[in-house]
Design a protein. Structure first.
Lengths: 245, 589
């Protein structure tokens, strides 16, 4: 479903992502971890087509995101860490705009909007202008918009920022349900507990390189530290003179 | 290798028509909601802005009617020359303005980031941002150009077809420089991302060399009597560059002049209309070709350019304070230190914001060039004095565009940083005062120099120069007061684009009030001088030496006018500032 093939991205003399090769199949929830500046956001921006790789290719559902961005975008939805909404549109108008962008027929769009509104509990403020929303409300609306067209791939950059505990629970349950139905989730996060709880596999990036790829169990096995928490393993792996598996 | 899985997305790709319609609906909805919010929440403000805009339009219309009536009595070629000079300058400004607005809208906005992740064509995103930017860049042209063109038609007693054709002509014309600006912006970012700063530096250096060369050539030429036949010939020859037949501004001027033509009985001249339609067709055809070129370029280069730009690493700055920063920080006592710190912060932001200082340099540079050009003519006192006051008004109007575009949004732009300023031991008043000082001092220095240059070139007396400089001081005070006061009174803390803030509701009010203020100050200041010259020209047999007109042109009349403009300027400074300070103290973020 998602395929990074020897992807490198440079910023001037600095290499932000170095020779990243990664394949994530249908229905998997993958969490990308790493310290600030490790290359997580760059990888995500390459995946959603905002940045072009300096070398290598990225494919979503078989479509090259550089050569055929529209076909790739049809299958993907992106929830950034800083969501953008049109201030002078109401939540309902924004959802309708996104549904129209994906060419959804009116009746289907109406059904899907109702479904997401119920799911993310948006009814109370749905007809208010977005300029009056809090960060959490905006984040919930952006989640709803992202899921309207049943994307094959959902890309999340720090998805829980601004969400209250109830909304976090809703999102977690939803992600679990949708991945069971076949949606692939690519998530960047600093919340290790969430990665441990939800992700089937994790990737740990350090200075542009993928230092580890596998399950949390495999990570523990590689370090032969059964009782160690993910936090300790993460800190060990990402410290400047960190262990090498 | 992963096999292609069966897609589950229920979406489909839209046709280009569907995308265009969708963006059109979006713009209509956004405009409708914006107007709805204004009507629901700020009826008084809206009414005030509409009323003042109408007044401004009417005042401009009256001014242009007088001006065209006067010009008709001079030389037959003056109006075409003026049209060409006005529209060609406007064309250059629109190219720059669009390039800057599109750069910000296409490459730096959060909206572009959202749209680029949706299954929509790059050219459709470009078209959407292009139309939005074109509106922001050209509304000033509509406000200034429409009263001028209507006034011309009324003075020439043109047929109704002329008035009908004004709008299509303006639209077709504006599209051409707008598309050129868009093409330049995308080409520079898409193919020469690393060269764009060098290109800008080269452009500015080139412009500076041209300005110096032109200045030198004008200064070294013999002086001529203003309004004489030789003066007209010289002026026409100098401005002939604006009458190039390949310029869209020439097509626009010629088309409008042809459309306005009537016979002696005031009837429409058919050949004139057909010529006008041909010029309109030429403008429309070129506008369409350039739009197509821009669309093709957007398809080829927009996504690539966005990626290039997002991948650029800003140069690291060495930690050192500039000499001006050090001077500001080191001067005075600790009591006003927060104010100075805020000033230094704004100064640094101004220096590092290329869109601010480049426009500042271009506009004041062009004005300086024009003033240097004045030195190559001899003027009768009447003309010299009148031109001096008109130049003062132009300096004020240019400054007002800057105070509206850059100073008015300053308080709003603090919105996202308000958590820092709000927690500092700085009184909110000091934030407002720092913006006022920044605007006043920053505006006064170039404006005072330009007025001095203009008056010196016109050969005005020291008394008049002192009077003009005093007016300039008052203009800077009042314009800064209006921009900062209104900015603090109605801040838009949620908006991140200064262009949108200044083009919005409060920005329009700021521009309208600023223009009215300039007109009042310049007209009241010029009146005694005009009376003095009038009484001298007509003599005591027409103007009684002890009459009101003679008194108005004497020292007491001048003193009274100075008192009046001082009072107006104080009111224009204090009233908005006071309102703004009170509102800003009460502001809840």
């Amino acid at each position: 479903m998602i395929e990074f093939d020897h992807v490198t991205r440079t910023y001037g003399a600095k290499t932000a992502v170095s020779d990243l090769s990664l394949a994530i199949p249908r229905g998997e929830l993958f969490a990308l971890l790493g310290p600030n500046g490790a290359g997580k956001t760059t990888s995500i921006k390459i995946l959603v087509g905002l940045l072009h790789p300096s070398r290598g290719t990225v494919r979503i559902c078989g479509h090259d995101v550089v050569a055929d961005p529209r076909a790739a975008h049809l299958h993907v939805a992106y929830v950034p860490d800083e969501p953008y909404l049109y201030d002078k549109l109401t939540g309902r108008e924004f959802l309708q705009f996104i549904a129209d962008m994906f060419g959804m027929p009116r009746h289907l769009a109406r059904d899907r909007i109702d479904r997401e509104v119920d799911c993310f509990e948006l009814t109370e403020f749905l007809d208010d202008l977005a300029e009056s929303y809090s960060l959490g409300m905006k984040q919930r609306l952006v989640f709803a918009a992202a899921l309207l067209h049943d994307p094959d791939v959902l890309v999340l950059d720090e998805p829980m920022v601004g969400l209250d505990p109830r909304s976090v629970r809703i999102v977690k349950d939803l992600l679990a349900a949708r991945t069971r139905e076949g949606m692939t989730v690519f998530m960047s996060t600093h919340t290790l507990a969430m990665a441990e709880e939800m992700a089937e596999r994790i990737g740990i990036m350090v200075r542009g390189k993928l230092r580890f790829l596998g399950t949390v169990m495999e990570l523990r096995e590689q370090f032969a530290l059964e009782a160690t928490s993910l936090e300790q393993l993460y800190l060990e792996l990402t410290s400047p003179g960190g262990s090498k598996p | 290798m992963i096999s292609r899985a069966t897609p589950r997305s229920v979406g489909r790709l839209l046709s280009l028509d569907e995308e265009s319609r969708l963006f059109f609906r979006l713009r209509i909805t956004l405009a409708w909601e914006t107007v709805g919010v204004m009507i629901a929440g700020a009826r008084l403000r809206l009414s005030l802005v509409v009323l003042l805009s109408c007044l401004f339009w009417a005042a401009l219309y009256g001014l242009f009617v007088e001006a065209f009536s006067f010009l008709d009595s001079l030389h037959a070629d003056v109006v075409p020359l003026l049209f060409n000079a006005f529209f060609s300058s406007l064309m250059v400004m629109l190219v720059f303005s669009m390039a800057i607005l599109l750069y910000s809208g296409l490459y730096c906005s959060a909206e572009a980031r959202l749209l680029l992740t949706l299954p929509v064509r790059a050219e459709a995103i470009f078209a959407h941002k292009f139309h939005e930017s074109m509106w922001f860049a050209s509304w000033g042209f509509v406000l200034l150009g429409s009263p001028m063109l209507v006034a011309y038609g009324v003075v020439r007693e043109s047929a109704w077809t002329y008035f009908v054709l004004i709008l299509p002509f303006m639209l077709a014309f504006v599209t051409i420089p707008a598309a050129v600006g868009g093409i330049a912006c995308m080409a520079l970012v898409g193919w020469l991302p690393r060269l764009r700063l060098h290109a800008l530096s080269l452009g500015i250096t080139g412009a500076a060399i041209v300005v110096l060369w032109l200045g030198w050539s004008f200064m070294s030429q013999p002086r001529l009597d203003a309004m004489s036949a030789a003066w007209f010939d010289k002026t026409f020859a100098r401005l002939a560059v604006t009458e190039q037949k390949l310029f869209p501004s020439w097509w626009l001027s010629s088309g409008l002049l042809e459309a306005a033509r009537t016979d002696d009985d005031g009837r429409l001249v058919s050949p004139g209309l057909s010529e006008a339609v041909k010029f309109l067709a030429l403008l429309v055809a070129n506008a369409l070709v350039l739009q197509l070129t821009a669309t093709w370029l957007a398809r080829a280069a927009y996504r690539k350019g966005y990626s290039h730009l997002a991948g650029e690493v800003p140069a690291r700055r060495r930690h050192r304070a500039g000499w001006l920063d050090s001077l500001l920080l080191g001067s005075g006592t600790g009591v006003r230190r927060p104010l100075r710190l805020l000033l230094v912060k704004d100064l640094r932001i101004f220096r590092r914001d290329i869109s601010q200082w480049s426009q500042f340099l271009i506009f004041f540079g062009l004005l300086g060039l024009y003033f240097v050009n004045l030195g190559s003519f001899n003027y009768h006192n009447t003309y010299a004095s009148m031109i001096g006051f008109l130049n003062l008004a132009v300096v004020g109007l240019i400054l007002s565009t800057f105070t509206t575009r850059f100073v008015y949004p300053m308080i709003s732009m603090e919105g996202r940083r308000f958590w820092i300023l709000g927690l500092l031991p700085v009184h909110r008043d000091q934030i407002v005062w720092s913006k006022f000082l920044f605007s006043f001092v920053g505006g006064l220095l170039p404006c005072a120099m330009l007025v001095l240059l203009s008056d010196s070139m016109l050969g005005l007396s020291w008394r008049l120069i002192a009077q003009h400089e005093y007016c300039c001081l008052l203009l800077c005070l009042g314009l800064s007061g209006i921009a900062v006061g209104l900015g603090a009174w109605m801040p838009e803390l949620r908006e991140s684009s200064p262009a949108k803030i200044s083009a919005g509701f409060g920005g329009t009010l700021c521009l309208v009030l600023s223009s009215l203020f300039i007109m009042v100050v310049v007209v009241v200041a010029a009146l005694p001088n005009h009376m003095f010259l009038l009484s001298r020209a007509l003599g005591p047999t027409v103007i009684a030496p002890d009459g009101l007109l003679a008194w108005a042109g004497g020292p007491w009349g001048t003193a009274l006018s100075l008192v009046i403009i001082s009072a107006v300027a104080l009111a224009a400074t204090i009233a908005p500032l006071r309102t703004g300070l009170l509102a800003f103290r009460r502001l809840e973020v």
